[in-house]
Write a protein that binds this ligand. Sequence first.
Ligand code: ADP
Length: 264
Amino acid sequence: MVEPRRAVAPLAETAPIARARDLSKVYGKGATEVRALDGVDVDLARGRFTAIMGPSGSGKSTLMHCMAGLDRPTSGSVVVDGEEISRMSERQLTTLRRTRLGFVFQAFNLIPTLTAQENITLPLDIARRPVDRDYLHTVVEAVGLTDRLSHKPGELSGGQQQRVACARALVAKPAVVFADEPTGNLDSTSSGEVLSFLRHSVETLGQSVVMVTHDPAAASYAHRVLFLADGRLVAELDDPTPDSVLEALAALRHPSGAGGRHAG
Ligand code: ADP
């Protein structure tokens, strides 16, 4: 049996792992101004798998980037793991990202000359932080890579490479893992492997995961789906299925129809 990773006080357990209040992001000025986020209030639950969906251009990536300290909001507040990050310096943000956050992107971003294991521990090795061998073993086993650790990325399938990237994000025990279209480059079988692992990391390892996706099947692996439209949070869905996500998306396109719970 794997023990939950973090012993937390009851209050901390219920506090969101990340929170945005009245979050706005405006790109450009004057005639070319684009309001990518328009007053978003959101709580991302600790120890849960949250998916962010919405049409192209609705602000999904901008929301994730602002909440992960990769981009700065124009106004509003972002609190990650108890710390206000919207006014942090670049140096503080870099430290936050390195030490408290994990990232998985559509591109696997593995170093081709290193083995899977070397790729997984690289961020910790660069930061000269010790690798928790027991936790490394737990993560590698959970991700199904135990017999692939000495392989180079070129010897692994796309799904296996993305699972290496997931293990790399998790092994530093981040407060939250941000995944941006993690299955965008994968076929449906490999996508299922990666998404099952992300869900498993939440259920078994106590990880908090936030994923941007445009794929209803991918979103259905989450505990909760948030829907953005025109930079606003417009609906949410708990315990999604691919069908209920599709229904909610249809309801957003045709607001008079049934389905989807509109939040504002
Ligand atoms: P999504 O991830 O849902 O496709 P984005 O967050 O990428 O949406 O984009 C939201 C809006 O902000 C879009 O209209 C997009 O064109 C605009 N946008 C995003 N990034 C920039 C940028 N760096 N400069 C100007 N406009 C941007």
